[in-house]
Design a protein around this ligand. Sequence first.
Ligand SMILES: Cc1ncc(C[n+]2csc(CCOP(=O)(O)OP(=O)(O)O)c2C)c(N)n1
Ligand SMILES: [Mg+2]
Length: 650
Amino acid sequence: MEHLDHLSINSLRFLGVDAINKANSGHPGIVLGAAPMAHVLYTRFLKAFPKKSNWFNRDRFILSAGHGSMLLYGLNHLSGYQLTIEDLKHFRQIGKTPGHPEYGHTDGVETTSGPLGQGISNAVGMAIAETHLASQFNKPGYDVIDHHTYVICGDGDLQEGVALEAISLAGHLGLGKLIVLFDSNDIQLDGKTDLAFSDDHKKKFESMNWHYQKVSDGNDINAITKAIKKAQKSDQPSVIEVKTVIGYGTSLAGTSNVHGSPIGEEKASELRKTLDWPYKPFEVPEDVYKYYKTKVYNRGSRSYRKWLNMMTEYQEKYPTEAEALRAFIQEQNPLELNDLPSFEVGTMVATRSASGKVLDHLSKVYPNLIGGSADLTASTKAKGADGHFSKENRLGRNINYGVREHAMGAITNGLVLHGGLKVFSGAFFVFSDYMKPAIRLAALMQIPSIFVFSHDTIAVGEDGPTHEPIEQLAGLRVIPGLNVLRPADANETKAAWLWAIKQHKTPSAIILTRQNIKTLPCVSMETFEKGAYTVSPETNRLDGILLAAGSEVGLAIEAQQVLKDMGKDVRVVSMPSHYLFEKQDKAYQQSVLPEHVKTLAIEMGSSQSWYKYTRNVYGIDRYGLSAPLEVVIKAFGFTKEKVAQAFLNV
Ligand SMILES: Cc1ncc(C[n+]2csc(CCOP(=O)(O)OP(=O)(O)O)c2C)c(N)n1
Ligand SMILES: [Mg+2]
């Protein structure tokens, strides 16, 4: 091994060991074992310019095994990202080096990883984004979008269902520029992987249309180099299983004891002897900094400049495309509510159908809008334009996810994280449970993924309780930073989409009906954005308020009439978004929902999320029924008479 490679790899190892010791917390095992492959990747392959960490055509690198965060921080520190040695000394303290890598928090971190399986699935989204954008923009001699997506993952990542879903789809789609380095050390948290795992990785990957290679010695950097070169030539996504030793060099090597606890001062001293490392904690030989400066930073700088020059020529030769690419990257939003199709008041339209129509329109306005459903396109109407995205048609903007909801969520996030695209997914609302970890990460990362869900209540009907959401609305509404939009009709659906598509930092879940519901007068965007508003006012005297969302708004308006006939003058408030309503000032909130006015919240789902607005909730806190929807709705008492009675009973 070259002296400088050797020195660099051990720098990474000791930065990890010492930072983890100082924090008295962290995962040294993977840092010690996987440092050589990470070093090879950065110094010999990665095309990234740390000074411009958001350079659009950079290679993406995802440490899916996010518990190895100190490896990433070490690499990024050496490479010249905004990450100082002081930051490393504050590993796992409030600051730039949190326990697991956090997107938007630390320079050079491409995604938040740590929940195993998510990172590698995000990477599949990034690789889809790359091939799609390349097909939209590249011209002969001008490969303006041309980068790899690299991943380091561990045994745990590959045991997760989400990863398998994503890997299977990546193979099917032939994402040749996705290259996964698998830190295969046969150890995980609880012990040897064979406690719970006996798959044949080679057979498994090959059967999923991946290019598989094995490197039998994780310290053999030339073998790793050769394998990456070979992987780059493959049309299939590639996995390189690199056999490593967890906790390499320590007396705990090869055991799970070194997976997730600091090795301590004593063992660190022993390791210094074993690896012949005379340096103090956090001391990095100057030659290593110089080496990374030459191999990563300067090489990246040259690639970046080359790309800028290419873009200048591209701009001259293909001004329209260059302008379109700029618009993609800058996330421009040309649209207003009036630009979208309108829905006639009084017509009966399912909001999923309205959503489908709006989406078709949006696809025309936004040539960078891409997405698809998990084998439910016909039901969710969440379908992208320009045909199916496939090996043969990289221009297709409809992604067929198959029945892989969890990967769909994570891939959606990866597509968004790549940049340049607006991205949606579609599923039955009840199966949002299958996507929850990815939705949570979108919220945590503050990225504008759009999750479309249809079949929102017990009104699903015949399919019965397995398919009828109850607790899902409450569950999603408590995710911090996620805007759950439950439009009351076709026109609110339009507004919901417009809101979602204009976001830069907020993910949205748009919750839609299966059944037809009455179209209400069009709400202005300004009013909609307040999250709740009076959709049908009291006539003279405010005897009370019916507060609802989604299909129950129409029901509340009918109940308002029943109450009127009984001499009660009530207001109906539509609340499509708790999230947006919470952002309004007290004065507005109180103008819509004045205190001390009898208020009944109505929702065909868990009562849980309404108690902050009223003590009186007409909800459903049990599972549904299988029968025609009118029967189910009636059985649960969601008729205008029953709702009116419930109000009177309060
Ligand atoms: C979804 C999820 N489940 C559990 C964990 C906790 N966890 C972190 S690392 C790990 C073991 C992973 O094993 P492996 O990928 O082989 O890492 P190694 O022990 O080799 O470092 C577990 C269970 C997690 N981070 N994410
Ligand atoms: Mg392992």
